[in-house]
Design a protein around this ligand. Structure first.
Ligand SMILES: Nc1ncnc2c1ncn2[C@@H]1O[C@H](COP(=O)(O)OP(=O)(O)OP(=O)(O)O)[C@@H](O)[C@H]1O
Ligand SMILES: [Mg+2]
Length: 571
């Protein structure tokens, strides 16, 4: 049975000593703060399996959510396949290049400093003791460090040493690893870590125990040793099931919940949520240029691929930033359509109309089955549920400036979509630098309860996205945002430090590899003829299967042209 007292285990279980018929568990004293695994060429796979299992065992004994893994590893091949499935829950975060590693080190160092200065005290000198006594719980961090992949150039030896000297008390446990040759390395960070922690060598797939590592090493040499090597699939499945159960226990459900960052002190994870529980149906994101809006959208879109199948959530993406940003999602398994044409507003109208028309089809299905909304429909059709569909528009101001006829048209399509979104499972996320100069409708804003803003410089911008007097967005720092799920009401501002960008391609690759073929959508890409020609060449090279659709491909074309002409718009 897992211990539910939030203490960090005193011993790190590494395997069993075999004595005739008896198995005796062997643990390392966790107060040592960590250890280094050094392997020869033959033993790398054993070392990886061993480390992954030690980590999974720690997840098993701690209450879910109490620990996360921070991994520094620049190798091209994924080392810990099973652990990485905790990535969608943000319980596994990888730094896979020098930049990431520097950012990650800065972040964990800051958390450690914060904990030393503000959280730990004479009565609770370690996070483990704090977590047993305090109402709030601090997350443990398991650091898995490839000794070849730690920030070095920009981080001084002294800083790294200071961090590791006090990391255990602050809730960090380290397992560093590398081949034997790394002992010769002159890299500062590697030296510091090798000096800091005891070594466990694996040679010819055999574990070598020293007195430094385990006090009674001489005695255990007499026994056979079996390193911890449980069924990783089973452990992961049970961990994921536990997480799902926790999410579902809360009665009303959100159909979408993606971790986007943490509270300022790093204590709580902040999720981007939509659904009945949070009562968010649509969202609006603002922030000055370069503040991180597209990155946030990308993290959410990628998170959707990881966490939800196309039977649960389907996406329509529209991108007005030179039509390039959302290209990366051309093999996203939940994407129905990606619109990359930033010039042709009448084509945008077609797409919005098509999106709106899904409501009509849905209405027909509801009528046939005598239900009034998607929740009721899905209860009756558990085998073939209706997915939620989300339209995401980056740089939406392009649709809200300029020609009044267009602006009016967009508003008139978006308004009913938003009003009836709850019943039909149709949701919209809009993003733009500022609302200044746009003719965005008050009624439209009224439908959007989830409002998010990165830094703004003009108080009136902050008041347009939130409410009058709510200008806290002016004080935000880099990569911080205000998450407000009460229509901008100042008392509901939540400050969030946003997660760094995810590696979209590698995440999507993993997801596609694991996903059942029938659940993989092939998005239709709508773009201008020129871009399209260029892209076809690239795509041929990448051997990707992408379906194209001309922006005027269907009979909608004629219909729309007529409508526009009737509105007095020359086409
Ligand atoms: N949370 C974050 N952590 C680290 N880097 C980030 C984070 N968010 C964004 N960045 C980086 O900041 C830069 C700008 O981000 P992004 O393009 O998302 O901004 P934007 O608000 O969409 O800008 P624009 O309005 O010009 O489109 C990018 O290089 C991105 O990688
Ligand atoms: Mg952007």
């Amino acid at each position: 049975m897992p211990i539910q007292n939030h203490a960090f285990p005193w011993g790190i279980y590494i395997g069993d000593l075999i004595d005739n018929n008896d198995n005796m568990p062997l643990c390392l004293d966790s107060k040592q703060g960590g250890f280094c695994v050094l392997f020869d060429d033959e033993s790398e796979v054993t070392a990886n399996t061993f480390i992954e299992n030690v980590a999974l065992k720690l997840f098993e004994v701690l209450p879910m959510g109490d620990m996360l893994v921070d991994i520094f590893d620049f190798s091209h091949k994924k080392r810990f396949m099973h652990l990485s499935s905790l990535q969608s829950q943000k319980l596994y975060n990888i730094a896979f290049n020098q930049n990431n590693a520097t950012t990650k080190f800065n972040k964990i160092e800051e958390i450690a400093l914060e904990r030393h200065h503000n959280t730990l005290s004479f009565e609770t000198p370690t996070i483990s003791e704090y977590n047993q006594k305090s109402k709030f719980k601090e997350q443990y961090h398991l650091l898995l460090i490839n000794l070849d992949s730690f920030p070095d150039e920009t981080t001084s030896k002294k800083r790294i040493k200071n961090f590791f000297d006090s990391a255990y008390e602050a809730g960090f446990y380290t397992i560093a690893f590398g081949s034997q040759d790394i002992l010769e390395s002159e890299v500062n960070a590697t030296q510091v870590i090798l000096n800091q922690f005891v070594h466990l060598s694996i040679k010819n797939n055999t574990f070598k125990f020293t007195k430094e590592l385990i006090e009674f090493a001489d005695i255990i040499k007499k026994y056979d040793f079996e390193y911890v090597n449980d069924n990783k699939d089973k452990i992961i499945q049970s961990l994921l099931a536990q997480l799902e159960k926790e999410e579902n226990n809360s009665g009303e459900k959100d159909f979408l919940s993606i971790p986007i960052g943490t509270s300022k002190n790093g204590r709580e994870i902040i999720n981007f949520t939509m659904g009945d529980k949070s009562t968010n149906l649509h969202a609006f994101i603002t922030g000055v240029t370069g503040s991180g809006k597209t990155t946030l959208l990308n993290n959410i879109i990628t998170g959707i691929a990881q966490k939800y199948s196309s039977q649960e959530i389907q996406l329509y993406l529209m991108d007005y930033k030179d039509g390039v940003e959302f290209q990366v999602f051309k093999n996203h398994p939940n994407c129905k359509k990606i619109f990359l044409d930033n010039e042709d507003l009448s084509a945008s109208i077609s797409l919005l109309e098509e999106f709106r028309d899904t409501m009509k089809t849905r209405a027909k299905f509801f009528k046939e089955q005598g239900v009034s909304n998607i929740t009721a429909y899905n209860k009756l059709n558990t085998q073939k549920p209706m997915p939620r569909i989300i339209l995401i528009i980056d740089e939406v101001h392009k649709l809200f400036v300029g020609d009044y006829n267009y602006v009016d048209k967009f508003s008139s399509i978006l308004k009913p979509l938003m009003r009836q979104g709850r019943s039909y499972g149709v949701h919209i996320i809009l993003s733009t630098q500022s609302l200044a100069g746009t003719q965005i409708d008050r009624e439209l804003m009224g439908q959007i309860t989830l409002r998010i803003s990165y830094k703004l410089t003009d108080p009136s911008d902050s008041e347009s996205i939130f409410t009058y007097g709510n200008i806290e967005a002016l004080n935000l720092e880099k990569y911080e945002l205000i998450y407000n799920n009460n229509a901008g009401n100042k008392k509901d501002n939540v400050l969030c430090r946003v997660n760094s960008p995810v590696d979209i391609n590698s995440v999507l690759e993993d997801v596609l590899f694991m996903r059942e073929e029938a659940l993989i959508l092939k998005p239709v890409i709508v773009q201008s003829e020129e871009d399209r020609e260029e892209d076809v060449i690239n795509i041929k090279e990448e051997k990707l299967e992408v379906h194209y659709e001309s922006k005027y491909s269907t009979s909608l074309e004629d219909e729309n042209l007529k409508k526009l002409e009737a509105m007095g718009i020359k086409v």
